[in-house]
Ligand binder design. Structure first.
Ligand code: PEP
Ligand code: MG
Length: 695
């Protein structure tokens, strides 16, 4: 079995040309690297005419290639017949006395949009100094991990492992497969051991489970019994499996396709006797890849890699989770033209906005560096006050707690000054599992988290919030037409009551170690609260644990906000999930890329629901928090204070900054401003008011 060469390009900006300048003038030939056509109309009309005119100035024969077809670049009709659209990659080749010069100049012309000014022109990497800087140079993707990085592109290309299709002896092939699987188990186990954070290590334990996945193995074994080699049968099996998962209209499961490929390639390398090649990026690298595997991500050299963009994946993929835990800015689902950027291209990666800025000016880089320095200074100042309470100028305390998904984050939250945990997304602990965690195992996990917080701090443990965009592999629910409106959150109680009961029992066992609060997600009706409350009471009686545990609900469905006063008589506390409350109020899918701009939690309708919730809670002496993303939004903090919110549950890294923000304002002024906001017409007007107020 052989291996094709790696496609990692050398670091540095390669010449866009491979030429033959050594030959005589008459026999010069040159071919460009592929460049992306930026014009919105593609190579039609004016851009094509401009190219033809420029090409005619050279004596050489010049051909333009798209895909497998190439045509005479001096013929307008031929170029138009290629049907080149925006974003297509084209290549030029020339032969004749001035071939190198022609290709050099013409490829630069194409890269610059053929001199036709276009608002949205995107400059590809092979642009040379002859090219005019474009007006807009950015590529968009989905924000996967926040942060800013200035660095240079390093393309990651996976080499192909070439395998023989057929083999003579099925039993020998079967042995080869079994041996490779065994070795892979050993490799993955030692990889899991080498990772300090148990939650990240669990990703690799899940890989271990994939190695004994019966369907995957059946597929491979059946291939072998039909005369295929072990390598070919295994490759076909894991690829088919990955394609099947990737095609599902479900971000989380599609993310698992990458795990299958990761473990699949590991076994394939073992069968083929091919060494795993380490990534060797240069300093200050921004990686661009079709996809990174969790193994590659976990092993990225933090001294060299500043961030990465992948064409595949989504914000909840393992790779994104790992990036966030490594503190690496990252973008998933990046514009596929990013795969054609030349190594060494300078870029700014904005992981918060999901934008890759190409060829930034020196001033832009300087501005980012200044911003980074300022942010680091501000962060350091905020950190020195992080353990202090957040008290407004006129003496009102707002409790600042953390949103967490695992034990590691609980520890980090305490280090960042969290006064407790306002939202433990318990489903995050089990997203990787293919089998249900036992009650015992859950009790240990919850107790460890509670112990990390200590008896003075609050722990709001939210029961499983699965369904919608968060399916649990070990609990397949029947497909639904509208999963966000289907069996989600507390509604699990209707179909799998024992799962919820076991979770509550496990949670109660953590009660001695922190101020335990149990919270139910996706509550829509009073009956749901009553049933859930009765269930907890029964378990308290049965287990004789957690008699002082508080029972609260998430407010994320409009029905609860509207009837908040009634719900406040049944629940000990409220926590507003603004992510879902916004989605259900505006009827806009929270993950929809096209709706992201208008599905704004600052919309006055959402604010009025928050106000109703807060008023309803306070009438009955109950506290109300916000644990949706709005609580971590600096600009929204004074508004939430003004709406009467008692507690903000925020992402761990933003705790010190949110505390500092609270200290800047008086509650009285916040209330006056919030009253104005409630009467505004649009989210845009609310933003303008807040910008003015926080200036
Ligand atoms: C919310 O909906 O705002 C929330 C905090 O819950 P999740 O994002 O986990 O649905
Ligand atoms: Mg929610």
């Amino acid at each position: 079995m052989t291996q094709t060469p790696r496609h990692f390009e050398e670091h540095g900006i390669p010449s866009p040309l491979s030429g033959d300048p050594a030959g005589s003038k008459a026999s010069e030939s040159a071919t460009s690297e592929p460049v992306v056509v930026p014009n919105t109309v593609g190579l039609h009309a004016r851009p094509a005419a401009a190219l033809v005119n420029a090409a005619k100035a050279y004596a050489s024969e010049i051909r333009l290639r798209r895909g497998t077809r190439d045509v005479n670049a001096k013929s307008l009709v031929s170029i138009m017949s290629l049907g080149v659209r925006q974003g297509d990659a084209v290549q030029l080749s020339a032969c004749g006395p001035d071939a190198i010069e022609a290709v050099h100049a013409l490829i630069a012309l194409i890269a610059s949009g053929c001199g036709v000014s276009e608002e949205e022109a995107v400059l590809p990497p092979s642009a040379t100094s002859a090219i005019k800087p474009p007006q807009i140079q950015r590529m968009m993707g989905t924000p996967a991990a926040p942060g800013l990085a200035v660095g240079t592109i390093f393309q990651v290309r996976q080499h192909e492992i070439i395998v023989e299709k057929q083999a003579d002896d099925p039993s020998r092939e079967r042995q080869r497969l079994d041996l490779a699987l065994q070795n892979a188990v050993t490799q993955v186990a030692s990889l899991a051991e080498s990772i300090a954070d148990p939650d990240k290590a669990a990703i690799f334990s899940a890989h271990e489970e994939l190695l004994s996945d019966p369907e995957l193995l059946d597929l491979a074994i059946s291939g072998i019994s039909h005369g295929q080699s072990a390598a070919y049968a295994w490759q076909s099996a894991f690829q088919a499996y990955a394609v099947q998962l990737a095609s599902l209209d479900n971000e989380v499961l599609a993310g698992r396709a990458n795990d299958i490929r990761d473990i699949g390639r590991r076994v394939l390398r073992l069968i083929a006797g091919v060494q795993e090649e380490a990534l060797t990026p240069p300093d200050n690298a921004i990686l661009i890849a079709e996809d990174l595997t969790p193994s590659e991500t976990a092993h990225l050299d933090r001294n060299k890699v500043l961030g990465f963009c992948t064409k595949g994946g989504g914000a909840s993929s393992h790779v994104a989770i790992l990036a966030r835990s490594l503190g690496l800015p990252a973008i998933c689902g990046i514009d596929e033209r990013a795969l054609q950027l030349a190594n060494g291209t300078t870029v700014i990666l904005d992981g918060h906005a999901g934008v890759l800025h190409l060829h930034p000016s020196t001033e832009a880089i300087q501005a980012i560096r200044t911003q980074q320095t300022r942010a680091a200074q501000q962060f350091a100042i905020n950190l020195t006050h992080a353990s202090e309470q957040a008290i407004t100028q006129d003496g009102h305390r707002i409790e600042i707690v953390a949103n967490i998904g695992n034990l590691q984050e609980a520890r980090e939250a305490v280090a960042q000054g969290a006064e407790g945990v306002g939202l433990l997304r318990s489903e995050f602990l089990y997203l990787e599992r293919t089998t249900a965690p036992s009650e015992e195992e859950q009790a240990t996990t919850y107790s460890n988290i509670a112990q990390a917080l200590g008896p003075q701090r609050i722990l709001v443990l939210r029961t499983l919030d699965i369904g919608g965009d968060k399916p649990l592999p070990y609990l397949p629910l029947p497909p639904e037409d509208n999963p966000y409106l289907g069996i989600r959150g507390i509604r699990l109680n209707q179909v799998e009551p024992e799962i919820l009961r076991a979770q509550v029992r496990a949670a109660l066992r953590a009660a001695p170690y922190a101020r335990l609060h149990i919270m139910f997600p996706m509550i829509a009706t009073l009956e749901e609260v009553r049933e859930a409350r009765a269930m907890v009471q029964n378990e308290i009686t049965a287990t004789r644990c957690g008699s002082d545990v508080k029972i609260g609900i998430m407010v994320e469905v409009p029905s609860v906000a509207v009837m908040a006063e009634k719900f406040a008589q049944e629940a000990d506390f409220f926590s507003i999930g603004t992510n879902d409350l916004t989605q259900y109020t505006l009827a806009m899918d929270r993950g929809h890329p096209r709706l992201a701009q208008i599905a704004d939690a600052l919309h006055p309708s959402v604010l009025n629901f928050i106000a109703m919730t807060s008023d309803g809670a306070h009438k009955h002496g109950k506290w109300v928090g916000v644990c949706g993303g709005m609580a971590s939004d600096m600009i929204a903090v004074p508004l939430l204070i003004g709406l009467g919110i008692d507690e903000l549950s925020v992402s761990v890294p933003s705790i010190p900054a949110i505390k500092a923000q609270v200290r800047k304002f008086s509650k009285k002024a916040c209330i006056e401003m919030a009253q104005k906001a409630l009467r505004l017409d649009t989210a845009k007007e609310v933003r303008a008011l807040l910008e003015e107020f926080t200036r």
